[in-house]
Design a binder for this molecule. Structure first.
Ligand SMILES: Cc1cc2nc3c(=O)[nH]c(=O)nc-3n(C[C@H](O)[C@H](O)[C@H](O)COP(=O)(O)OP(=O)(O)OC[C@H]3O[C@@H](n4cnc5c(N)ncnc54)[C@H](O)[C@@H]3O)c2cc1C
Length: 307
């Protein structure tokens, strides 16, 4: 038997961080899509996060870690599980020789700037990926040139019991756009092993990668990046283009005419529109090419269309 609302119980437990309720997720995602999240919690520090874990475990509350919302599609009906964001208390970046340690809430762009300012090279191909360190490690974000796994030397996480774990690279299993960790494990920090370089050259390389990205990705419209993982040996974009779906539209969701593995929001797209396009793409690619596309984007929230 529990008393009061979850928010009241969280405060009673001693949580000091920011609590936002009924947050329209369209304001918190790069897709600009999604109904209300009942609660978003922004712990201030490890202790704050730990007491959430203890309370949630005791009460059997499921939760979801949340970064910059740049690789998620949130249901029009919103999210009942509390979301936990690290942007307010886990934003530290430190350097020790060629190692840089960044909190899970640090934006990748901020991390890259720090590296350039400190003449440390390695992360430049990630320029323009709009996520956080935590979300980036969880998704093993990257490009053809490099993925997170190539530069991570260790990570620090908290499990659902509030236990802090330090995991060295040798013990981590990364895969294409993922890492083997329990879904509820929160990535608190990543340590990157870089190389010494020249600050000016590093900045130029970053600008170069950004320029290339602007040429091939539809960055002027809201999206969640690539919708599907690339199957072995072929790009998902080419497959989608090959079945004639470039520019195809459902409601305000459209397969980008620039990059067919991006679905863009033309203004008022609903998650139902995007899910409809996803199903159509999967079906057509399977029928015509015999390949089953797998989602890269993470779908969260209450299933079904908004009432
Ligand atoms: C225009 C655009 C271009 C993009 N280009 C690329 C690209 O080139 N390469 C690429 O790989 N991706 C790309 N992406 C996708 C996205 O930016 C990356 O996957 C990014 O790493 C997601 O980080 P995030 O903080 O936004 O995570 P979110 O979208 O908030 O979350 C993604 C997943 O990570 C989990 N998560 C978030 N934070 C944590 C944490 N601290 N601990 C544990 N789990 C966590 C969430 O629960 C969710 O399952 C692009 C996206 C956009 C919009």
């Amino acid at each position: 038997m529990t008393n009061g609302s979850l928010e009241e119980r969280i405060r009673k437990e001693g949580f000091r961080g920011d609590i936002r309720r009924q947050v329209p997720m369209q304001d918190f995602t790069s897709f600009r899509i999604g109904g209300p999240a009942d609660l978003i919690l922004f712990p201030w520090d490890l202790e704050d996060l730990q007491l959430l874990m203890h309370l949630f475990r005791r009460e059997g509350v499921r939760y979801l870690p949340f970064g910059n919302g740049t690789n998620i599609l949130v249901s029009d009906r919103g999210v009942r599980e509390p979301l936990i964001g690290l942007s307010q208390g886990f934003g530290e970046i430190k350097k020790e020789e060629i190692k840089v340690t960044a909190g899970g809430g640090v934006g990748l762009s901020q991390l890259l700037r720090f590296c350039a300012d400190n003449a440390l090279r390695g992360l430049e191909p990630l320029a323009g990926i709009p996520g956080t360190v935590g979300g980036g490690i969880r998704m093993n974000a990257g490009s053809q040139d490099i993925e997170m796994e190539n530069l991570i030397s260790s990570i620090m996480t908290m499990d659902h019991q509030g236990q802090i774990r330090r995991l060295k690279r040798e013990g981590l299993i990364f895969e294409y756009r993922g890492i083997h960790l329990p879904a509820e494990e929160i990535i608190l920090q990543g340590e990157f092993s870089l190389q010494e370089g020249n600050g000016k050259e590093i900045k130029e390389r970053m600008e170069d990668f950004l320029r290339r990205r602007k040429e091939i990705q539809p960055l002027s419209l809201p999206s969640a990046g690539s919708i599907f993982k690339n199957p072995q040996g072929i790009s998902a974009g080419e497959l989608i283009e090959g079945v004639g779906l470039k520019g195809f539209r459902m409601g305000d969701a459209m397969v980008s005419p620039l990059h067919a593995n991006f679905i863009v929001n033309l203004g008022a797209a609903r998650s139902g529109d995007v899910l409809g396009l996803i199903e159509l793409i999967k079906e057509q690619v399977y029928q015509k090419r015999g390949i089953r596309l797998e989602l890269e984007v993470v779908i969260i929230g209450e299933p079904g269309a908004a009432g």
